[in-house]
Design a protein around this ligand. Structure first.
Ligand code: NAP
Ligand code: HSE
Length: 434
């Protein structure tokens, strides 16, 4: 059988998984590719560092020129994180005539336009299935399988680390820091986990998916964004009592010629498939005008699920499938973006509001009148005395609103925050529309 030579750059969590699949399951990859995807070189920074995979003699190197100078290496799986030197290395590989496979969403969200344009100029291709939702084949599904549709909405859980942390807090009462540490040990988190918990990683993935689905060219930093760093166990418990789970939900929805986008901890009604997504699993509900809703669920982070997506991209590239689709994807083309990001203030949702308030006569009336003055209608209100001997004489109020705009709820929360009857800041979270 013929061989196509492959190289890997970066032998961390994902690179190790890809090497294992190529080395341990060569017969399987060869069957699918119709030729042997042969692991010719693996580039690392430190040759002495212990590795979790046994790399054959002569394959490991710390010199990128070993790839550049070998014209028989046709496909490079670039599996390092961050934007530099990842950008420079990817350009170098494209210039050297290699097709590239990547899992790096930060790189694509930041420099996708330049990299895609350069790849097309050089008649090369870039495959990036693993950059969004780990092992779930969502890029292929939106980019190829659903192209008979206009996608009208995407909703999803796109960060395994955050979902793992929330699940541990909710199911085991684990504190936030310990849950984050576990996610790092399990290989789910980014090298800098701030990118996971502050929502940046989710925003980079949503920008890529929305670009594919709607043609909207939005910089990931312009997406309204809230992470999970200040999520508290008591909100998870309150939500649970009211019949909800809290999820870091990414949403993108067509509204006329604009696209509404948002990422925030959100209450999702129990029984909704998105509410039941646990641990490092991800899920995405895509709505198409012809197909209706389609639901994708699977492991969104971790070594082997991500390697599964990378190896499929390697096979697609070796076979020539990526070349066909990459050429036709409208992604990051020079054409004007046909759609714009909708203003954040006009999005309509129901809300959960938690207030710690003075337990005195007239307080409830004064607070509900603030909420009412901003045009927000209250659906339910629950006052719960946590400690009867609270020296501060405060009580927790949990308010659920009817549907209202993000602008109105923000104005109400700002005024509540300044009220002398409230201790601390109000906690406000969206409730997912069905
Ligand atoms: P990682 O464990 O930190 O591994 C990155 C590897 O790249 C490290 O081994 C590092 O070397 C190596 N590296 C960095 N710069 C290099 C350079 N200039 N030359 C050669 N090697 C270099 O990261 P990861 O979790 O595998 O993630 C890799 C990419 O996949 C990231 O873009 C990430 O966002 C994405 N991704 C990760 C997951 C996941 O679950 N982990 C899932 C989907 C996508 P050292 O070992 O010397 O530090
Ligand atoms: N850090 C990412 C996550 C890896 O936790 O989802 C997968 O992209």
């Amino acid at each position: 059988m013929e061989k196509t030579k492959i190289a890997i750059i970066g032998l961390g969590t994902v690179g190790t998984g890809v090497a294992k699949l190529l080395l341990d399951h060569g017969d399987r990859t060869a069957r699918h590719a119709g030729r042997i995807p042969w692991l010719e070189k693996v580039i690392v920074r430190d040759l002495e560092k212990p590795r979790d995979v046994e790399i054959p003699t002569g394959v490991l190197s710390d010199n990128l020129e070993d790839i550049v100078n070998d014209p028989e290496i046709k496909v490079v799986a670039q599996l390092i994180g961050g934007t530099e030197p990842a950008r420079t290395i990817m350009l170098q590989m494209l210039e050297a005539g290699k097709d590239v496979v990547t899992a790096n969403k930060a790189l694509l969200a930041e420099h996708g336009a330049e990299l895609f344009d350069r790849a097309r100029e050089l008649d090369r291709c870039i495959a990036f299935e693993a950059s969004v939702a780990g092992g779930i084949p969502i890029v292929t599904n939106i980019g190829q399988c659903l192209t008979g549709n206009q996608i009208t909405a995407l909703k999803g859980i796109l960060n395994g680390t955050c979902n793992y942390i929330i699940t541990q807090m909710q199911q085991h009462g684990t504190d936030y820091q310990s849950a984050l540490k576990q996610a790092q040990q399990l290989g789910y988190a980014e090298a800098d986990p701030t990118l996971d918990v502050d929502g940046s990683d989710t925003a980079q993935k949503l920008a890529i998916l929305s670009h594919l689905a709607f043609g909207v060219r939005v910089h990931w930093q312009d997406i309204p964004l809230e992470g999970i760093e200040s999520l508290q166990l008591r909100d998870i418990q309150n939500a649970d009592r009211c019949g909800y789970r809290i999820k870091l939900l990414a949403e993108s929805k067509l509204n006329g010629n604009a696209v509404e986008m948002n990422i925030a901890p959100t209450l999702v009604r129990k029984g909704n498939p998105l509410a039941e997504v646990e641990d490092a699993f991800n899920a995405i509900r895509v709505r198409g005008d012809a197909v209706g809703p389609v639901f994708f669920h699977g492991q969104g982070a971790g070594q082997m699920p991500t390697a599964s997506a990378v190896v499929a991209d390697i096979i697609d590239t070796v076979v020539g499938r990526t070349r066909l689709t990459f050429g036709n994807l409208e992604l990051w083309s020079d054409a004007q973006s046909p759609r714009q990001l909708a203003p954040a203030d006009t999005a309509v949702n129901k809300y959960y509001i938690r207030l710690q308030v003075n337990d005195d006569p007239g307080v409830m009336a004064s607070l509900t009148s603030i909420i009412g003055r901003h045009g927000v209608s209250i659906a339910s209100i629950n006052q719960q005395q946590t400690q009867s001997d609270d020296p501060e004489n405060t009580v927790q109020l949990v308010i659920m609103s009817h549907a209202t705009t993000a602008g109105a709820i923000k104005a109400a929360a700002d005024e509540l925050k300044n009220s002398a009857n409230i201790k601390g800041s109000p906690v406000v979270m969206r409730i997912m529309n069905s």
